[in-house]
Design a protein around this ligand. Structure first.
Ligand code: NAP
Length: 491
């Protein structure tokens, strides 16, 4: 099809709903404004912005993607305190961006879109039993890791002390001098362990599966280093580009089959593990699967923390929780005052539980009954003018999601331009284009590390990773411009 994106026709102004005021929702609002689309509202189910950086406030929280990479391309920040900055700083960064670009006043808090229905060319939004808005376009920026997984362990409700999920941290629960139990050994648990071990009386880390841990120092930026960022034009952009390139060429290639790059990661993880001196503890900490099969953990501090005299790695299975602590399968009771559930998230819900009804009454719950799939992560056949940020098969993992969101949004904005210039009133992916895209994804997935035999949140209920199995550069190329042959354009 030879549909040209017409730049000179008069532009219509759509009414837009953005769902979610996290990193990608704020980004979307800023970019809409820049493009001259001012009639939009950001709907946020919580009482504050920040997404994952609002929900997660656990001790030791930091981003294991370098700060100068984990930022908006148009909003460099010379003041990052460390190579991997703490969570509170990242949250303040997104709050600052929302304020600077005038987005705060555009957010409607405590407003969860529970249902959206496409009817007669418009999306009708509901919040509970209330009709909320009628819009031309929905941009879903609902995030990936926002539904906490609570473990199904007998007796959990009987625990006498404080018990909470890591993403719902109870800051009223005293920790100093207490006995803390942490269930889980993912990125979250590792950061909590490293932070808390020096503060608490006893730390028991309940491990179901050992994890590979990639070593990375986290030095603070010195004032002279910050001065370079403050004063030398382009210094931060150069660093951003260099870090992105480095990730793409090393980790990004390793996970999709580059054996040499994978060997480097394995060697680094093994060298990190070799810091554990007690052979019995080291054996329990040694995974029986390939590094990076699960989402790779990054920490220079974990092995030191778990070797402290007040720390214990409990690898016996949990039998039940009792009022006084956790009972393991060997019959031992581990007495605890506080129990932290660092048991992760359901990464396959996306904007659900929102009900979405597309053209001709097609329901998202039916469309996604088997698996959450989308065309190039952003568009769903039969759901016109509905676009997703960080949807299924986005390059998640150890990449910067900020960069991923920006590229997806730039692609989506070109589709929105077709609506604005009147080329089309309804834009959605063609079903056969999505099927062809998904077939290439499935085929390429065979060569990735994620299917080499481990359990992880990357895998959906069918065992398929919700990941991007190609090089980063292919993602960039694919997101440069939409191939309009892949889309239904209805005038
Ligand atoms: P996670 O990686 O999914 O880890 C959950 C942990 O809980 C696993 O060790 C799992 O064991 C364990 N678990 C779950 N249910 C259990 C049960 N019933 N009994 C015992 N153990 C149980 O979750 P996460 O650590 O919260 O991390 C999730 C993701 O968030 C990360 O992969 C990452 O993408 C992101 N994150 C990023 C950062 C960052 O710095 N950028 C920091 C934290 C989190 P199994 O391994 O046996 O399943």
């Amino acid at each position: 099809m030879n549909v040209q994106i017409s730049r000179d026709r008069a532009k219509r102004s759509p009414r837009v709903a953005i769902i979610g005021a996290g990193m990608s929702g704020i980004l979307t609002a800023i970019e809409l404004q820049k493009a001259g689309i001012t009639d939009f509202t950001v709907y946020e189910k919580a009482a504050a912005l920040g997404g994952t950086w609002r929900d997660n406030t656990y001790p030791g929280l930091c981003c294991d993607v370098p700060s100068h990479m984990y930022r908006y391309s148009f909003e460099p920040n010379a003041e990052w305190s460390r190579r991997f900055s703490p969570g509170a700083e990242i949250r303040a960064y997104f709050e600052g961006a929302a304020k600077k670009y005038g987005i705060e006043s555009r957010i409607r808090y405590n407003t969860e879109i529970t249902r959206a229905r496409f009817d007669n060319g418009k999306w009708h939004l509901e919040c509970g039993d209330r009709a909320l808005d009628v819009v031309d376009i929905i941009l879903s920026a609902a995030g990936v890791l926002h539904h906490p997984v609570y473990p199904d362990i007998a007796g959990l409700d009987d625990f006498a002390g404080a018990v909470f999920h890591s993403a719902r941290w109870d800051h009223d629960a005293p920790l100093d001098g207490r006995r803390i139990g942490i269930i889980g050994t993912g990125s979250t648990a590792v950061q909590i362990t490293a932070d808390l071990v020096g503060k608490v009386a006893q730390l028991s880390l309940f491990q179901r599966t050992a994890q590979w841990v990639f070593p990375q120092a986290n030095p603070a930026f010195s004032e002279p280093e910050k001065d370079v960022f403050r004063n030398e034009a382009g210094a931060m952009d150069t660093l951003h580009a260099a870090l992105t390139r480095l990730f793409a060429d090393t980790f990004g290639e390793a996970v999709i089959g580059d054996e040499e790059q994978m060997k480097n990661i394995e060697d680094a993880c093994q060298a990190n593990l070799d810091r554990v001196t007690d052979p019995e503890l080291k054996a329990r900490l040694t995974p029986d699967y390939q590094a990076a099969c699960k989402r790779l953990i990054v920490s220079d501090e974990f092995y030191e923390a778990i070797q402290q005299p007040n720390a214990e790695l409990v690898a016996d299975a949990i039998e039940r929780v009792e009022p006084g602590g956790v009972r393991t399968a060997d019959g031992r009771l581990h007495p605890l005052d506080v129990l932290v559930l660092a048991t992760g998230f359901n990464g396959h819900s996306f904007m659900r539980p929102m009900d979405l009804t597309g053209r001709d009454g097609v329901e998202l719950s039916d469309f996604w009954a088997e698996a959450a799939t989308a065309h190039r992560s952003v568009s769903l056949p039969g759901f016109p003018n509905f676009f997703m940020l960080v949807g299924p098969n986005s390059p998640i993992g150890n990449f910067s999601l900020v960069d991923i969101s920006e590229k997806q949004l730039a692609y989506i904005m070109q589709l929105i331009d077709l609506w604005r210039d009147g080329t089309a009133n309804e834009i959605s992916a063609k079903g056969d284009a999505m099927m062809a895209f998904n077939a290439t994804i499935k085929d390429a997935m065979k060569d990735t590390v994620w299917v080499t035999g481990c359990q992880s949140w990357y895998l959906d209920k069918n065992g398929n990773p919700a990941m991007w199995p190609f090089p980063y550069d292919k993602f960039c190329a694919d997101m440069t411009a939409p191939n309009l042959d892949e889309f239904d354009l209805v005038s």
